[in-house]
Design a protein around this ligand. Structure first.
Ligand code: PEP
Length: 251
């Protein structure tokens, strides 16, 4: 049984005082929530304050990116061991905003995944097609290619990888994918993983959906057994709305 997982991706939002305030509001709203796992990925500048604020709570800490080298002359970069030092357990890798805006390609993403895995961080690999690719009926081919390139020469054990299927056209647009399309794509991703690794490995990987998830649509996604949780951007910035998403069973 894969435990439902909700990951807040704050992107480039919140200063230290705002991050602290979020935790003061959010943590009491999680009282008596069981059977789900919750992670917050703030900007690097808020990791330290969040690690203190989340201590003793069930909420875990993640980062939004990492660099593949461990230390040295790499101005502006942050390594896996630095993230561990800042109490991170998770790290997002290959978010479409980094692929599209910063120009990260699959070779870079593959290196980052290897660095995260070597450090025993749990990578959340983001994959997904653009609108044009979907309209040209290429969505599955694109996702399959991303999986093959991003996971090239990587050996995995159960529980070491998380995947977020995030169609690019659904991120931050208010236009979510249909739960049926997501269900089909996630089943396809699992089939690909079974061929690339093994059925038991594929069955163990939690595969989330991301793209304009909110408190209104979360239950629809989580009602599909293929969908193991959500990577949430905009709706994770308000404590109340993210708490409602995490408490989707009560909606
Ligand atoms: C994301 O940041 O990965 C995301 C899915 O954003 P949003 O929920 O705002 O679409």
């Amino acid at each position: 049984m894969r435990k439902a997982l909700f990951i807040a991706n704050w992107k480039m939002n919140k200063k230290i005082a705002e991050a602290r305030k979020f935790c003061e509001e959010f943590l009491p709203l999680l009282d008596n929530v069981t059977d789900v796992e919750t992670v917050i990925c703030p900007p690097f500048t808020c990791l330290h304050v969040l690690s203190a604020a989340l201590q003793g709570s069930p909420v875990k800490l993640g980062a939004q990116d990492l660099f593949w080298e461990d230390k040295g002359a790499y101005t502006g970069e942050i390594s896996a061991s630095m993230l561990l030092d800042a109490a991170c357990e998770f790290v997002i890798v290959g978010h479409s905003e980094r692929r599209q805006i910063v120009g990260e390609n699959d070779t870079v993403i593959n290196r980052k995944l290897k660095a995260a895995l070597d450090a025993s961080l749990l990578p959340v690999l983001c994959i997904g097609e653009t609108l044009q690719e979907r309209e040209n009926s290429m969505a599955m081919e694109v996702v399959k290619e991303q999986l093959h390139r991003d996971l090239r020469d990587i050996e995995l054990s159960e529980g070491q990888l998380l995947i977020a299927y995030e169609p690019v056209w659904a991120i931050g647009t208010g236009v979510n994918a249909s739960s049926d399309d997501v269900r089909k794509m996630i089943a396809f991703v699992r089939e690909c993983l079974a061929k690339m690794f093994s059925q038991s490995l594929a069955d163990s990987v939690r595969i989330l959906y991301g793209g304009s998830v909110n408190e209104e649509n979360i239950k629809m996604f989580l009602s599909k057994e293929e969908i193991d949780g959500a990577l949430v951007g905009g709706a994770s910035l308000q404590a109340e709305s993210f708490a409602k998403i995490v408490r989707y069973k009560e909606i």
